[in-house]
Design a protein around this ligand. Structure first.
Ligand SMILES: Nc1nc2c(ncn2[C@@H]2O[C@H](COP(=O)(O)OP(=O)(O)OP(=O)(O)O)[C@@H](O)[C@H]2O)c(=O)[nH]1
Ligand SMILES: [Mg+2]
Length: 439
């Protein structure tokens, strides 16, 4: 199989024909799907020379679409000088090779393109390792038959089976590399887990949502950090964590994560599980939606599906309808506000909106803080520091020897972690959290 990345290195091949297939009984979303594929390719700086859609009863095992269609695609590629053909469907290894032979172009599919983007955007060792595992998983089944040309060249006879042997060797090498990478990833995962444990006294909020919805922009605005937001898909692959600014006590940490997309390759979801732990451990999710995108409802559904798939379906969610500055229909916000009680409508570019959202997040925790009394050993510096950082202290009493008594307002999640020191918990939720910033 020709590597798409190889083809992309040559400037004259920076154009592709994209192919959508609509099967009988399916809802026709090919136009939107091909728009999204165009955007994915733009992220790799590949232009689309033309699109082809085929309606079929079922797929053809040999080359996915019919041979007549392949000829049409080939002609179009020649006419537009496109060196690549990208299918919006997942192709098998033999299909890729057959199509490449029939068209003389590099052939890949949507998953291959997403993996290529991920490989280019991964920055940290963790993200790079995760992407490589996913890539090997993607390549493995496609190795079958990759060496069949050996058989053909040598014309069979004594040399027959050379290709088969080579596949076995390739497979074994890939498996070995994969288990090495997985061990490496486990090590990194443990380090991150320890970092997270050290943050138990803080409240955690994770930004989730479809790719390009504005998560990083919101992260930057709410934490006053300068994180790069980009108008490309999957700009962010590594989760980063920062405190809200101005801060509050207890501290609220915000984490930015990898965006989701329709039909996210399964291997990628699997391998990004450790990054997504940041999401799983959040006390609150901000589901960011690009409300200016004509297909935002489908994007919301995809995000909700992925959240369920990774086991984050039960975490409380605040819907953040973003890019409101690009919406001209005044009714839209009204309708959504009525449908989603727990929501905010913002533009990440508006300072006032971001300040309101920050307050709304803090208010969420305020409304959920409970009152409790804690009894802790007075010389346990670690524990005392957790209490000072994570609680709003209403009263402290060091008069009893070796003991310290605290009356506090505390988040239920933090309270659960300190349960060994809890004497009493009040039923009534408390309103009001100390703002470090002037009101
Ligand atoms: N007009 C407008 N543009 C926005 C807004 N929020 C984000 N953008 C733009 O949308 C693009 C994507 O923003 P990001 O913050 O990188 O989106 P993301 O969700 O982090 O994307 P990935 O990391 O790729 O998943 C950038 O060009 C932003 O400048 C907004 O409220 N209004
Ligand atoms: Mg981002």
């Amino acid at each position: 199989m020709k590597e798409v990345s190889q083809a992309m290195r040559a400037p004259e091949q920076r154009s592709a024909i994209i192919v959508g297939v609509l099967l009988a009984g399916e809802e026709d979303t090919t136009n939107d799907d091909l728009d999204e594929l165009t955007q994915l390719l733009a992220t790799l700086r590949i232009q689309v020379g033309g699109r082809v859609v085929q309606k079929r009863q079922k797929i053809t095992p040999k080359c996915f679409v019919g041979e007549g269609k392949v000829e049409e695609i080939k002609q179009l590629a020649a006419a537009t000088e496109a060196g690549m053909i990208i299918f919006d469907r997942q192709l098998s290894g033999p299909q890729v090779r057959n199509l490449e032979e029939m068209t003389n172009c590099a052939v890949s599919d949507r998953t291959g393109i997403i993996l290529e983007i991920f490989a280019r955007h991964a920055r940290t060792t963790q993200a790079k390792t995760q992407v490589e595992i996913a890539r090997i998983e993607y390549m493995m089944p496609r190795l079958a038959g990759a060496w069949s040309h050996l058989e053909r060249q040598r014309g069979g006879g004594v040399q027959r089976g050379m290709g088969e042997k080579q596949i076995e060797i390739d497979r074994r090498l890939a498996r070995e590399r994969m288990s090495r990478l997985k061990r490496q990833l486990e090590g990194i995962g443990k380090d991150r887990q320890n970092q997270r444990k050290a943050r138990i006294s803080e409240l955690k909020v994770a930004l989730v949502g479809y790719t390009n919805s504005g998560k990083t922009s919101i992260m930057s605005a709410m934490t006053k950090a300068t994180v790069q937001a980009e108008d490309v898909l999957f700009a962010t692959l590594d989760s980063s964590v920062r405190a809200l600014d101005p801060s509050s006590r207890p501290k609220v940490l915000l984490s930015d994560t990898v965006g989701f997309i329709r039909n996210l390759p399964h291997g990628l979801v699997e391998s990004f599980k450790s990054t997504l732990d940041e999401v799983l451990e959040a006390d609150l999710l901000l589901h960011v939606v690009d409300v200016s995108h004509h297909n935002f409802r489908a994007q919301m559904r995809t995000t909700e599906d992925v959240l369920r798939e990774i086991g984050a379906g039960d975490i409380p969610v605040l819907m953040v309808f973003n890019k409101l500055d690009r919406v001209s229909d005044p009714l839209l916000a009204k309708i959504l506000r009525a449908a989603y009680k727990n929501s905010d409508f913002v533009s990440a570019h508006s300072e006032a909106d971001m300040e309101r959202l920050r307050r709304q997040v803090i208010r969420y925790f305020e409304e959920n803080l409970v009152k409790a009394t804690l009894d802790v050993p007075a010389d346990d510096q670690n524990l005392l520091s957790v209490i000072y950082k994570s609680c709003l202290i209403l009263n402290s009493d060091f008069s009893v020897q070796d003991r310290a008594l605290f009356e506090v307002r505390i988040a239920p999640a933090v309270l659960a972690k300190l349960h060994a020191y809890v004497i009493s918990v009040a039923e009534v939720p408390f309103q009001g959290l100390k703002h470090d910033a002037p009101a």
